[in-house]
Design a protein around this ligand. Structure first.
Ligand code: 13P
Ligand code: SF4
Length: 359
C-alpha cells in the first residue's frame, strides 16, 4: 500500500494542533513520519464518514492525532452507541471493537490488527459462564467489559472499572440478593469487594499488565519522589490500591489529574496513559513506572490508515449472540454515569481486606 510520506508545509499546518499536544512526548524526527499519516487518516475519515474511537492506552500520535473520541472503555462504548458514522475504527483491543459492533449492528466496525487481544478476555468463555450459572442459580452475573461477546451474551449486566461498584450494588438490589458474581478479573473483584457490603464471587482472571505492579513499587516511588501523588488502576492487586492515593478507571485518573493538578504524579497503569494526559496538563510532572500492554501497542498509525483504505479488518458478531450481549451492555449504559466524587480519596478501597469467594 502506498502512503504519502512527505512532510509538506500543508501537512505541517494541518497537524499543528496535534503537534502542540505531543511535542514533549514525540521527537520532531518522529513527527515528520507521523504527520503525513495523520493528515491522510483524517482526510479519509471525512471522505468515508468514519470515526476513530481511541482508548486512553493508544500512543500519543494516535490519541491526539486521529482519535475522534478518546477515553476509557465506558466512554468509548457510550460514544459507539451515539455515533451516526458509517464506519467505526476501534483504536483499542478486540473486545472493545466487539462491544461497538454489538451496540451498532448496522455499522461497519474495523480493528486495525485482529491480534489485539486481552489477557482478561481470553481467561473465560461463554461455556465457563454457563457452568458458573448452574453452580450459583439465582445470583446475578456481572461481567467486566473486557470479555468476548460470547461471554457478555451469558451475562445479566456488564460493568467497567469506572462503574463496577455501582453496577454490583444495582444488581444486588434488582435481584434482592446479598451476593453477586463479578467476573473475570479477580483483582477488580477484590477491589470492588473492599468498597461495598455486597459479597462477591470471583473468577481467577487478571490483566497481564496491571498484575505486575507491586506494593514495593509504590514504596520505592514514595521514597524517591516524596509528595508525588500515586494513582492506580483497579485491575492492580489490592495491596497496590491500598498503598496508592487514588484508584480509578483510566478516565477517572485523567479527570483527577486535570482537576487536581498535582505537582508530581505517578500513574500505576499502561505507559501511554501518562503521555496522553501530559499533553493536556503541561504544568504536571509525570513520573514512571509503567507497564506496556502488548495488545494495545499492536495498533499503529500505519495499520489505522490501512484499515480505512482497505476497510479491514471487519469485526463481526453472530446476530443471535449480539442480541443477548446487547442487553447486558445496554443495561450498563442506561445506568446514570458514575458520579465524580467530591473527595477522590473516598473512592480508594477502604483499606481493609475483604475476602471474595473464588469460583
Ligand atoms: P478502562 O476501562 O479504565 O479504560 O480500562 C480498560 C483496560 O483495558 C484497562 O486495562
Ligand atoms: Fe487487557 Fe490489561 Fe491490555 Fe487492558 S491493559 S487490554 S486489561 S491486557
Amino acid at each position: 500500500m502506498a502512503y504519502d510520506v512527505e512532510f509538506t508545509p500543508e501537512v505541517e499546518a494541518l497537524t499543528a494542533p496535534a503537534w502542540a499536544k505531543v511535542k514533549d512526548q514525540v521527537t520532531p524526527l518522529e513527527w515528520r513520519v507521523h504527520a503525513p499519516l495523520i493528515a491522510q487518516i483524517n482526510r479519509l475519515k471525512a471522505e468515508k464518514n468514519a470515526v476513530i474511537l481511541a482508548h486512553n492506552y493508544m500512543t500519543p500520535e494516535i490519541f491526539h492525532g486521529v482519535g475522534d473520541y478518546v477515553g476509557d472503555s465506558l466512554g468509548l462504548a457510550r460514544e459507539a452507541a451515539r455515533s451516526d458514522a458509517r464506519i467505526i475504527v476501534q483504536a483499542g483491543v478486540h473486545f472493545m471493537a466487539e462491544t461497538s459492533k454489538v451496540l451498532c449492528p448496522d455499522k461497519t466496525v474495523l480493528i486495525p490488527d485482529l491480534r489485539a487481544g486481552c489477557s482478561l478476555a481470553s481467561s473465560i468463555t461463554g461455556a465457563d459462564v454457563r457452568l458458573i450459572k448452574q453452580r450459583y442459580p439465582g445470583l446475578p452475573v456481572v461481567t467486566y467489559v473486557n470479555t468476548t461477546a460470547d461471554v457478555k451474551a451469558e451475562t445479566d449486566i456488564c460493568c467497567t472499572s469506572a462503574n463496577a461498584v455501582q453496577v454490583v450494588e444495582w444488581a444486588a438490589r434488582e435481584w434482592g440478593v446479598d451476593k453477586v458474581i463479578l467476573i473475570p478479573d479477580e483483582y477488580l473483584a477484590r477491589n470492588v469487594a473492599a468498597q461495598t457490603d455486597v459479597k462477591i464471587i470471583a473468577w481467577a482472571g487478571s490483566c497481564e499488565v496491571h498484575k505486575r505492579f507491586t506494593v514495593e513499587d509504590i514504596a520505592e516511588m514514595r521514597l524517591a519522589y516524596p509528595g508525588a501523588e500515586i494513582l492506580a488502576h483497579p485491575e492492580c492487586p489490592e495491596d497496590v490500591l491500598n498503598a496508592a492515593d487514588f484508584a480509578g478507571s483510566t478516565a477517572a485518573m485523567s479527570n483527577y489529574v486535570e482537576t487536581r493538578r498535582p505537582k508530581q504524579v505517578v500513574l500505576i497503569t499502561e505507559c501511554s496513559m501518562a503521555a496522553n494526559v501530559a499533553g493536556d496538563v503541561p504544568d504536571v510532572k509525570f513520573i514512571g513506572p509503567c507497564n506496556m500492554c502488548p495488545h494495545m501497542k499492536r495498533i499503529t498509525l500505519r495499520n489505522i490508515l490501512d484499515a480505512l483504505q482497505k476497510e479491514q479488518f471487519e469485526v463481526t458478531v453472530d446476530p443471535a449472540i449480539a442480541d443477548r450481549a446487547r442487553l447486558a451492555v445496554q443495561r450498563m449504559i442506561d445506568l446514570p454515569p458514575p458520579a465524580i466524587p467530591a473527595r477522590y480519596d473516598l473512592v480508594k478501597a477502604r483499606g481493609h481486606h475483604v475476602d471474595v469467594e473464588m469460583i
